[in-house]
Design a protein around this ligand. Structure first.
Ligand code: AMP
Length: 542
């Protein structure tokens, strides 16, 4: 091999905060603490305080590779922890506070965290679980306690030059089945995925943006946006615990937010709020939506009524962003309807994450054939295994190393992905598949329906049939709803029963909690006649 003659510089997270601290010192980082205080910080201050935190952690005996957890909302201190912990070579373990106590105890013990930073909102939680977490040496409250921890310390003068393969962040998957699994990202993987996030085909994070982070920093590292904002020197707005529509609209208008990101439920409720109040969000140009399927009606309203472009992307804890929501030059020239059809899909293939769908035998399904299969992914920032489970990859990965995502999908000729369902949520009726996601999107497109969830329940004749649960802001006639949905999906897919509910349970990361719904409606009795019995169909082939 003739070796290239470049410098041997490792890809390290500390280089991101060094860059922002030096070149974008005065750029705002605005935060709201859980106590309600508005804090105007800057990349310069975040950089300085992260160094001080690094020094404090070293003083507390934290070594390279040690795991240090956060149980916190999006604010400036949490951002400092992102950089202070990883900068010294310790591992940032972001804990989702919305999990049950037992799950939090499980992951803290599994990770063997040595220090835990806790938002004052979760002080009680910390007190409750501390006796069950013997490896934790210190719990630091993110208030005066944290400030004291920093004040005692000498700031790190220069961040250590780590190996780029050193572990940097640890994030556990939502664990809807079995125990949560830890995704351990290296510095190299984080820097590479952050670069992808900054590209125009990624989230196009750049120095001209004011970004509202409506994704919790405990969900997939806030989709890499806390890192990408430093890499680009963008203004960052960290909203604290309040992600209600009025708070989101206020942030957008007071901080002149141009770009935001979050799960569809946040944007669906924000749009309803805007429509109800007649408010506008003129500064907002783009949002990235993902984490679960975004209905086309959301893109239509946001773009037509509010001038906001929706980049609909797919991703997972195992890789962060896995697709691009930006139109290609060719798609730019198509009609609005053709563009929206693509926008409603879950993005298209992006450099850095290879994707393919395979059949039951593991053979690749030709792109554009329309046949769904299991979606596999592979790439330099895709998890190759899970933390502390040497054997897990035997089931989570194929024998040639591709990650089995657990999503059922199709990919078209241009690389656009359509997520048919999570493998465990797809409804198997009469031997054929019904997509719960498509049914939900069809329902949300109907007048009055603000949220919808579809689950499969056992059915004597067809094996499984769909039950639709919906939340409405005005009375909805069942037959009108089914008629309207019938225009969007095959008739034999239509739900066998439709129930209005007061709310739909969400998981800790804001997705529909189908496991909880299946438990809640386990004993549901189907109405006497199937709505589709006139055509005697529970399957396309009947
Ligand atoms: P998490 O690791 O919690 O982010 O969950 C990842 C899962 O969320 C994926 O495997 C998908 O099932 C789902 N998901 C993410 N983005 C989308 C999307 N745009 N459409 C449908 N499902 C999605």
């Amino acid at each position: 091999m003739l070796r290239g003659l470049n410098m041997d510089r490792q890809l390290l997270i500390s280089s991101l905060i060094d860059y922002a601290g030096r070149n974008h010192r005065a750029t705002d980082v605005v935060a709201r603490t859980s106590g309600g205080a508005l804090v105007r910080s800057s990349w310069g201050q975040v950089s300085d305080r992260a160094r001080r935190l690094g020094g404090a952690l070293l003083g507390a005996g934290v070594s390279q590779g040690d795991r240090v957890a956060t149980i916190a909302w999006n604010d400036h201190r949490h951002l400092e922890a992102y950089y202070g912990i990883t900068g010294i070579g310790a591992v940032l373990h972001t804990v989702n506070p919305r999990l049950h106590d037992e799950q939090i105890v499980y992951i803290i013990n599994h990770a063997a965290d040595v220090i835990v930073f806790v938002d004052p909102d979760f002080a009680e939680l910390a007190e409750r679980i501390a006796p069950q977490c013997p490896a934790v040496r210190r719990w630091v409250r993110l208030d005066a306690d944290y400030e004291g921890f920093l004040a005692e310390a000498e700031a790190v003068e220069a961040w250590p030059l780590l190996d780029e393969w050193s572990a940097a962040t640890l994030c556990y998957t939502s664990g809807t089945t079995g125990n949560p699994k830890g995704v351990l990202q290296s510095h190299r993987a984080i820097v590479l995925q952050t670069w992808a996030t900054c590209t125009a085909d990624g989230h196009n994070v750049n120095s001209g943006e004011s970004i509202l982070l409506a994704v919790p920093m405990f969900h997939v590292n806030g989709w890499a946006i806390p890192f990408a904002s430093a890499m680009s020197g963008a203004k960052l707005v960290l909203p604290g615990p309040d992600l209600s529509p009025p708070a989101i609209v206020e942030w957008i208008n007071t901080e002149h937010v141009t770009l935001s990101a979050g799960v569809p439920t946040i944007w669906l409720s924000t749009v309803q709020h805007l429509q109800r109040t007649g408010q506008d969000i003129p500064s907002l140009r783009r949002i990235a939506v993902g984490g679960s399927a975004a209905p086309r009606s959301l893109m239509d309203t946001l773009e037509d009524d509010f001038g906001v472009f929706v980049a609909h992307v797919w991703g997972m804890t195992e890789m962060t962003q896995g697709s691009s929501g930006r139109f290609t030059n060719r798609v730019e020239k198509l009609s609005r309807d053709e563009q929206r059809r693509r926008q409603a899909m879950a993005g298209r293939a992006i450099f850095g994450v290879e994707i393919k769908v395979v059949d039951d035998e593991g053979n690749e399904i030709e792109r554009g054939s329309g046949a769904p299969g299991e979606l596999l992914a592979c790439g330099p920032w895709v998890a190759g295994n899970y933390f502390g489970s040497a054997t897990e990859s035997a089931t989570s990965h194929t024998s040639d190393g591709w990650l089995r995502t657990g999503d059922v999908a199709t990919i078209d000729e241009e690389g656009y992905v359509t997520i048919v369902d999570r493998a465990k949520d797809v409804i198997k009726s009469g031997g054929e598949w019904i997509s719960s996601i498509e049914l939900e999107n069809a329902a949300v497109g109907c007048r009055g329906v603000t949220q919808a969830a579809v689950i499969g329940l056992p059915h004597d004749r067809w094996g499984e049939r769909p039950l639709l649960l919906y939340v409405a802001d005005e009375p909805v006639d069942r037959d009108d709803l089914l008629d309207a949905m019938g225009a969007a999906v095959p008739k034999w897919w239509l739900p066998n029963d439709v129930l209005a509910v007061a709310d739909i349970p969400l998981t800790g990361t804001g997705k529909i909690d189908k496991k909880a719904l299946r438990q809640m409606f386990a004993g549901h009795v189907w109405p006497g006649r199937d709505p589709d019995s006139s055509s005697d169909s529970g399957s396309a082939k009947q």
